[in-house]
Design a protein around this ligand. Sequence first.
Ligand code: NAP
Length: 287
Amino acid sequence: MSNIIDGKAMAAALVEETAIAAAKFNDAHGIKPGLAVVLVGEDPASAVYVRNKVKQATNAGLNSIEHRLPADTSQQTLNQLVDDLNNDAKVHGILVQLPLPEHLDEEHIIQAIDPAKDVDGFHPLNAGALATGQQALVPCTPLGCLIMLQRTLGDLSGKHAVVIGRSNIVGKPMAALLLQANCTVTTVHSRTQDIVGICSQADIIVAAVGRANFVQADWVKTGAVVIDVGINAIEQDGKRKLVGDVDFAQVAPKAAAITPVPGGVGPMTIACLMKNTLTAANQQMQS
Ligand code: NAP
């Protein structure tokens, strides 16, 4: 049996589960959970992400509302749009695709989104709620990783999880989620000494570094589960190719289970955006 975790299949299952719950929400409240996606500018990678998000929103039975703004949009115009979406009862989740063009203040926009509609989970109130174990909207990528781990391993209690990277969008919330799931968590980063020694003790490795093929076979204990968050474009045989942070060919034979890139964490991230929109919609109806 293959030890490759099929992120596409898990994401399809999660979207299906969300669609069933979204239909129940519609029956109960006479409205579909609504997701507003805002794209500023023409960044090709962002345009692909937004297209995939809008497609999956429809598959998940959500009302998908798209706002495309030109690259020279002013801060004031974007602030106004976010404000309007905060006050729109049809909108339960707001996602402003990052990165924004340089002249726009990303931190300001993250904090302008109503925390109850913050389906990216980047607002400091949601980050604080997650860190203190309260009800929070959780960033989609680490949430997707957690669900993949739980659906692969079941109960994570007592596992030693090593998270490589400490960004606000992946590493830190990932460590908080694994701690909540009763793992023993070590976070390593660019200043850590003996990363290899620490990783080689791990039952679970989550790599979120942004360096192609960074994690090598001798870093990984036989039977560990490896989640590769990285997305790195490299040139191979004159062609552009996407690879993760883990040297997949070398590490896969040692791992009990491993996510591929592409087809692992990426699809689950988008599926979790749909799940978060439903969660946000349900929470808004309860409050
Ligand atoms: P980031 O903000 O650049 O953070 C990278 C982290 O890696 C930092 O904490 C950094 O440590 C650490 N690091 C860098 N070099 C290191 C080294 N030599 N040894 C140990 N640690 C090192 O990146 P991010 O936003 O977390 O994203 C990480 C990767 O995941 C990227 O490839 C990104 O494209 C990908 N990603 C994928 C998805 C998805 O949906 N699949 C979503 C988000 C991100 P310091 O803090 O010490 O600098």
